[in-house]
Write a protein that binds this ligand. Structure first.
Ligand code: PLP
Length: 399
């Protein structure tokens, strides 16, 4: 009945989503308080109150035909202008509304930009570990994903291998920092070196190579860590932003693409991305939430709540003998599996009602992702299970 391509996609459909569904079934079976579901990156911290107030204000005070009507496919001009000005204030840039295209979350933005840039067979380089949906976003748009293997010493990108991955077909490179699934923030030194390589490769192949910075976790960086703003390091940078995590609004589907004037062919790209937004069937990003986020660009979720989770989970796991890098951002912790086959390890964890995601979903076998955007109390309740799991593998509590 269904298309052959879809058969493949259904078969390989998201392990994470499947786990999330499984978690719900397990909760019915064992009681919700006895199941420790760390599978999905669904924000646990509430959206800032400012969002609720802004939505009410939009409905009560703005003209209904404006709030609910069609608009330019790139989004409301006043909303885009506010986004641009907010970036200019924060990063000393000089963007205008024309550089911004409102999108249906980061997922929508990435599909729009790949549709805009890729010819069939064009290559997009990505650093493992990476958000697994990139595979689909690139193949949806007839591109080929080229994977740079992980650097498990610190999970900064493997730049030596990166340099060898370029071909005449390389059209884009995608990076994600703070990173899903490791929580690592790429250092300024890494970014500088990455930009140097890109500049060299552009010259060598004589055509633009775009750096696509996927930034849903930009605002979730701990200990006051600065996340470098990529357009400052490389002219052909395109930013894909999302409010899904920064304002805890994943169901509202809102984000934007930033295409700076400095990018080669920026006017053509902006025009094509506008058309791509329409023909992909988004038409435009949802109108009410566009208007609401424009009033909340300085609002923040309470990062301290995620930070408490991070501290508790990281220190507890290390004390039980697990190996992991302390996350610097996002709300994920990437732990080394206690046996070679991380799928078997995740299955062993499930026997303790711990739901964690095998690293192969992120192009990095041997590790598992723990999403700690959950209640602090659930983490507390889960700790004995993590400890029992470690003991099963001969690890013990360090004193
Ligand atoms: N990119 C990364 C790295 C993500 O982790 C996610 C969602 O978890 C997305 C993109 C998609 O985000 P959105 O909900 O904004 O589409």
């Amino acid at each position: 009945m269904i298309a052959d391509k879809m058969k493949e996609l259904v078969k390989n459909s998201s392990v994470i989503r499947a786990m999330f569904e499984e978690g719900k079934k397990m909760a019915d079976l064992y009681g919700a308080e006895n199941v420790y579901d760390f599978s999905l990156g669904n924000p646990s911290v509430e959206p800032p109150l400012a969002i609720k107030e802004a939505l009410i204000q939009v409905i009560n005070e703005e003209p209904p035909n404006l709030v609910h009507g069609y608009m330019n496919n790139s989004g409301y001009e006043d909303v885009r202008e506010k986004v641009a000005q907010s970036l200019n204030q924060r990063f000393g840039t000089s963007f205008g509304y024309k550089n911004i295209i409102m999108t249906v979350g980061a997922a929508g933005g990435l599909n729009v930009i790949f549709k805009t840039l890729l010819n069939p067979g064009d290559e997009v380089i990505v650093f493992a570990p990476f958000f697994g949906e990139y595979r689909n976003y690139v193949s949806n748009n007839e591109g080929v994903l080229v994977i740079v293997s992980p650097n498990t010493s610190d999970f900064q990108p493997n730049l030596e291998e990166f340099e060898k991955k370029f071909t005449a077909k390389t059209k884009a490179v995608i990076i994600n920092t703070p990173n899903n699934p490791t929580g690592v923030v790429y250092s300024e030194d890494t970014i500088r070196r990455l930009a140097e390589i890109l500049k060299r490769k552009q010259k060598e192949f004589g055509s633009p190579i775009y750096l696509i910075s996927d930034e849903p976790y930009r605002e979730l960086a701990y200990d006051g860590l600065e996340v470098p703003y990529l357009t400052k390091y490389y002219d052909n940078t395109i930013v894909g932003y999302s409010f899904s995590k920064s304002l805890s609004l994943p169901g509202e589907r809102i984000g934007y693409l930033l295409i700076p004037d400095e990018a080669d062919g920026s006017e053509e790209i902006l025009q094509a991305a506008n058309v791509a937004t329409r023909i992909l069937g988004y038409v435009n990003a949802p109108s009410m939430i566009q208007r609401a986020v424009a009033k909340c660009l300085d609002a923040k979720v309470d990062l301290e709540l995620y930070n408490r989770n991070r501290e508790l989970l990281y220190h507890s796991l290390v004390s039980y003998g697990y190996e992991c890098i302390k996350p610097q951002g996002a709300f994920y912790l990437f732990v080394k599996a206690l046996e070679e086959d991380e799928k078997a390890f995740a299955a062993a964890a499930k026997k303790h009602n711990l739901l964690i995601v095998p690293g192969s979903s992120f192009g990095c076998p041997g590790y598992c992702r723990i999403a700690y955007c959950v209640d602090y109390a659930m983490i507390e309740r889960s700790l004995p299970a993590f400890e029992r799991l470690a003991r099963e593998y001969g690890r013990g509590k360090r004193v």
